[in-house]
Design a protein around this ligand. Structure first.
Ligand code: ZN
Ligand code: ZN
Length: 456
């Protein structure tokens, strides 16, 4: 076996879970939350065995959450597996013909259909359904198994749920599934758009890991090279598989595995750094605007794929730059944060308030902190460039996304140039995370990049 193959097998989900908790060279104790993952053709047949491993009492029932689409995709196999093993279940199947919003109404609807004689939750689905399942299982303190129906987003093995609460898009703490089942007989039949979204959500990791490293260089953030190696190994596996076709068992398995690894990487790091950077923030801003103003939006991973192409173009401009102290200090001095808050409020409505509130605590725009960051940027620019040079070319990733049929520009999902420009400028305010737009603000080049890449 070649060295490359050995490395790949070391970073498979099975190998990492078999390794258990371990103290890493980065100084951190790495611990995965998910207990088991079963990926392959026909693996839904293993559902009863996985339910038994979770201590299900056969005098009780299993609660099954699905919608008409996901039940249509995998319900027959799930029902046959449960019935074959004599496991009684209560099914709550939502109407999949309408867009499900992860809000109070949907969560309340699930709770009102709950069956107290159940001691375990199985969600058949992905995205919103899994986000709700993670919350319900967390609140009810029950074992939780998700049977994936599409390799569409990397939330399978995470302990947070994306929701709309009080009309605002927020991420809330929830329960990581104990077991993820990815049956490639089902995953290969998922809609094209959902497979493309999964690939977009994974390509995003090229940016995430590079920005994590830059955050380490500029702001002294915690960073783990092994977690980065786990993500990049998974990414290359996905690209190699997808070149052989979008709808193959190999691609479905590689994308599903990559998504679970993304959850494990975030658990290991204790921060979302390995899985999201500026490309995700483009998507978050578009989601926030959709919730506030009903502007166009698309699947999370589709938006992340577009954000990834944008991010690569931004870094290609950064590569041509050399920070200038006077220019940076003058830019920051003339920056009017109050005026910028008005722009945020106008474009994000209620969601802007949380960002503005957080800034009061984080001090991202504090001039003293800026001056310190600027000195480390100037002193370590060559190191930053070495990290940026690890990124693939924008044209290469754009061609790859096109090859799998995914959109590469905001216009393709109905967003205007103004939406793109605003999203870029607002990415720096989403969270206290050091990303490309923060670096550009620090060196006084933010508006120049906006004018070059996102003119209106
Ligand atoms: Zn580590
Ligand atoms: Zn994502």
């Amino acid at each position: 076996m070649s060295n490359t193959n050995k490395q790949e097998s070391d970073y498979s989900v099975a190998a990492l879970l078999a390794r258990g908790d371990y103290k890493c060279a980065c100084g951190k104790m790495h611990r995965a939350i998910i207990k088991r993952a079963v990926i392959g053709a026909g693996v839904i047949a293993q559902l009863p065995a996985q339910i038994a491993l979770e201590g299900h009492d056969n005098s009780k029932k299993v609660f099954v959450l699905a919608d008409t689409n996901t039940w249509g995709a995998a319900g027959g196999k799930v029902a046959a597996a449960l019935q074959g093993a004599g496991i009684a279940y209560t099914l709550y199947c939502l109407d999949g013909s309408v867009r499900l919003e992860p809000d109070e109404h949907l969560l309340g609807s699930i709770m009102l259909h709950w069956d107290l004689s159940c001691d375990l939750l199985v969600t058949v689905g992905t995205g919103v359904l899994n986000d709700m399942g993670k919350i319900v299982a967390g609140v009810a303190r029950l074992p939780y198994i998700v049977v994936g129906t599409a390799p569409s987003m990397d939330g399978y093995a995470s302990n947070t749920s994306s929701t709309i609460r009080d009309h605002l898009k927020v991420s809330v703490d929830s329960k990581c599934p104990d077991v993820v089942i990815g049956d490639t007989d089902v995953l290969t039949k998922a809609p094209d758009r959902m497979i493309q979204a999964g690939i977009g959500d994974m390509l995003a990791k090229f940016i995430s890991v590079v920005e994590w490293h830059i955050g380490n260089i500029v702001a002294g953030e915690y960073y783990c090279p092994e977690v980065v190696a786990i993500m990049t190994t998974a990414l290359h596996k996905i690209i190699d598989a997808a070149k052989g076709g979008l709808r193959t068992h190999e691609t479905a398995a590689a994308v599903m595995e990559g998504m679970i690894l993304s959850g494990i990487a975030v658990n290991y790091a204790g921060v979302s750094r390995p899985a999201s950077g500026i490309e995700h923030y483009f998507s978050h801003i578009w989601d926030m605007r959709y919730v506030e103003f009903n502007t166009p939006c698309d699947l999370h991973g589709i938006q992340c794929g577009i954000g990834t192409v944008n991010a690569l173009r931004i870094y290609e401009l950064i590569k041509q730059m050399k920070p200038n102290r006077e220019q940076a200090l003058a830019y920051v001095k003339s920056f009017d944060y109050g005026a910028w808050c008005d722009v945020l409020r106008k474009n994000l409505g209620g969601s802007a308030e949380a960002m503005i509130h957080n800034e009061a605590r984080e001090g991202k725009y504090d001039v003293t902190k800026h001056a310190a960051r600027l000195e480390s940027i100037i002193a370590r620019w060559d190191e930053i460039m070495t990290v940026v040079n690890e990124l693939p070319a924008a044209a290469e990733i754009e061609a790859f996304l096109k090859q799998v049929g995914a959109p590469v520009s905001p216009a393709e999902i109905g967003l205007s140039k103004a939406e793109e420009r605003f999203a870029f400028l607002a990415t720096k305010d989403v969270r206290d995370k050091y990303i490309a737009s923060r670096l550009l603000w620090d060196i006084g080049e933010l508006d120049n990049v906006a004018d070059t890449l996102f003119p209106v």
